[in-house]
Design a protein around this ligand. Structure first.
Ligand SMILES: [Zn+2]
Ligand SMILES: [Zn+2]
Length: 257
């Protein structure tokens, strides 16, 4: 099985990325990819370093121009990664009216703590941290209105821990099925030498058990050489899980690859 797409890529239109859209597109073409989706950060949390950075007109113009040059070789998709849409419903709604192919939603903030904040582990018990995280995630999928949940398990990157109740996760996955939200398998960790994706295959299994079918993969690449990294490995680790369809979003519609 191969997944010739990368549905989670950041370019210099995201505040924390250093590689341009064109550079990623060239890499994707030379690696035989069929599609690449630019999911630039849109974060409204007042403490987020990227707040206000996103420029819809500039990114749209760039993608439009690059489609004219490379469109016969690869599908270039326009997306966003929106942080905590349930916390910013009015702002989020305005984005849903734009011409995106794909809207990813992420939990980056739990109150005033960034998910990777080192203070978390000093100030709270691991149980309390994970409770905060899953509560935020549940509120986000209950709110819905987006296409997929990005990098579920992200909290593991900051804490090195993994605490969850199967019951709570199943409730979250059931809500995703009900609200027609796909699951992203994010391979960023695999290029850091950590053996599990976000989420890990055991959680992907729970998603399938809850009736979840739609899966999208992305590297969360921000820099040179990141495009597509870890995707094959992430896919391989999930190949035993039955009932999943791997695909991409185009015009906000899921298409199997
Ligand atoms: Zn993210
Ligand atoms: Zn991202």
């Amino acid at each position: 099985m191969r997944y010739p797409a990368d549905m989670h890529v950041h370019s210099t239109f995201s505040c924390d990325a250093t590689y341009t859209i064109e550079e990623h597109v060239k890499d994707a073409i030379s690696n035989g990819y069929r599609a690449v989706c630019f999911t630039e950060h849109v974060d409204y949390h007042p403490l987020d370093e990227g707040r206000g950075f996103y420029n819809y007109d500039a990114v749209s113009q760039e993608i439009h121009q690059l489609k004219e040059i490379y469109g016969h070789q690869i599908l270039i998709l326009k997306g966003i990664e929106f942080g905590e849409p349930h916390q910013y419903p009015r702002e989020f709604e305005a984005y849903t009216k734009r011409d995106y192919d794909y809207i990813l939603a992420s939990v980056h903030w739990m109150g005033d703590y960034f998910v990777l904040d080192k203070r978390l582990i000093q100030e709270f018990t691991p149980e309390a941290i994970f409770e905060k995280y899953y509560r935020e995630l549940e509120a986000m999928v209950r709110f819905g209105g987006f296409d997929a949940v990005a990098h579920m398990d992200y909290l593991r990157r900051g804490t090195g821990l993994d605490l969850y109740s199967e019951e709570q996760l199943k409730a979250i996955f059931s809500l995703m099925v009900k609200n027609d939200i796909a699951l992203e398998i994010n391979s960023q960790n695999l290029r850091r030498g950590i053996e599990h994706s976000f989420p890990s295959p055991d959680k992907v299994s729970l998603y399938a058990q809850a009736g979840g079918k739609k899966v999208v993969l992305g590297s969360d690449g921000h820099h040179a050489g990141n495009l597509g990294s870890g995707i094959e490995q992430a896919l391989d680790a999930c190949k035993h899980i039955q009932g999943l369809t791997y695909g991409i979003f185009m015009g906000r519609k899921f298409t199997a690859l």
